[in-house]
Design a protein around this ligand. Sequence first.
Ligand code: ARG
Length: 469
Amino acid sequence: MAKKTQATWGGRFQSGPAALMLKFSESASFDRRLAPFDVAGSKAHSAMLARIGLLTARERDAIHAGLDRILAEIEEGTFTWDERLEDVHMNIEHALTLRVPAAAKLHTARSRNDQVATDMRLFFRHACAVLAEKVKNAQSSLLSAAAAGRSVLIPGYTHLQRAQPVFAAHHVFAWMEMLERDRARFLEVAEKANECPLGSGAIAGTTLSIDREYVAKLLGFVDKKGRARVTQNSMDAVADRDTHIEFASACALFGVHISRIAEDLILWSSAEFKFVSLPDEFCTGSSLMPQKKNPDSCELLRGKSARLQGNLHTLLTLVKGLPMTYNRDLQEDKSPVFDSFDQASVCADVLAATVKGLSFIADRCAAAASDPALLATDLADYLVDRGVPFRAAHHAVGAVVALAEKRGCPIPELPTDAVQRIHAGFGEDWAKVFDLGRALAMRKGTGMPGPGQLSRQFARWKKILGVRG
Ligand code: ARG
């Protein structure tokens, strides 16, 4: 039989956990990164215990000083972690109790169930703020890429077939919109996390007269008016993992967005497109083929999105069949959350750095954008302007395109009389439609790719991102 080893809950046990069980069940190896939040929670909790008379001011101060010292040691890497103490909560409490006898009172009116729920909410507030900032940084890099593509025309695509010409900056701004939604989403998740579960105890609160609102305020769980925000059901508070799922979901969707951006860049940097050249620093070569320059950072951004989706799926599956309330399964909630945070963070950084060094290959873009077929829709609009119903105009232009294909010449080089035989609505000036400058200048409405709108969008993004100049 293993020796009795568990001081914290070992009272009713004849035997301590087997070595295999310790190894299997410990979480300190990965939840230790919650230490700053655990210490903050314990400081607020002990301040409250002093306020209601369950700790003296002196005991509270000793606990606070001890917690600060332990956190400093953890941050320096000198703290000794013990897997027999299972998790970050018990490691800290145990070390504190050895140094500060009053710490034996710290766990009054608290369970690890409401403690870990609180730690995670504090973590989400921090992680969401970090990610929102990193996404903003990536957007600033995209703004530089947009500036580089301000007067570069490229084809926009649907079905990966050339559709209509746009300024490269307009395409980059499409990416920026996706990231702007991600940024807002991270801030919304931070707001979802903004409720204090402490005081819920293991499941049914406590018989002691605690002050939950005081703790919530100390930890910054407050509304805009500074009023405490506390969870409203002690069972839900310890069972709920919605914020974990919403956080992982926000990361997964961010991953989907960066994957789509990465895919555009992979295509654009291929010899077939050759619209952009990616920075050497974020590409690699081939060990066999000397000519290769592979867009590895983009491929990895695309690949990481699978992992971010996987983490979301892990969490959804983890929670789905669990009976109320806390179950030990829930300890498995941390690794996917931390991984999503770490991977989303590094992806934001890599995206920022990759697009910062992006340059457009002007002649290749110009050659692709000058395909007159891209303005076939404009030719239909030309007929509409002259009173032709759009469906008839669409049909007539289709016939013009077919004729050009048959004759093997660019559309604007078709003889006017041949075009007029297709539809009498075509005037002598029909071919002016194929002037790209004119075509873009006419796209004036909000959200369209014309140069006037583009200037508006540059100003808008500079304002949103706080970029001067
Ligand atoms: N390490 C545990 C977890 O993350 C903390 C909560 C433990 N609670 C319990 N009743 N064993 O889930």
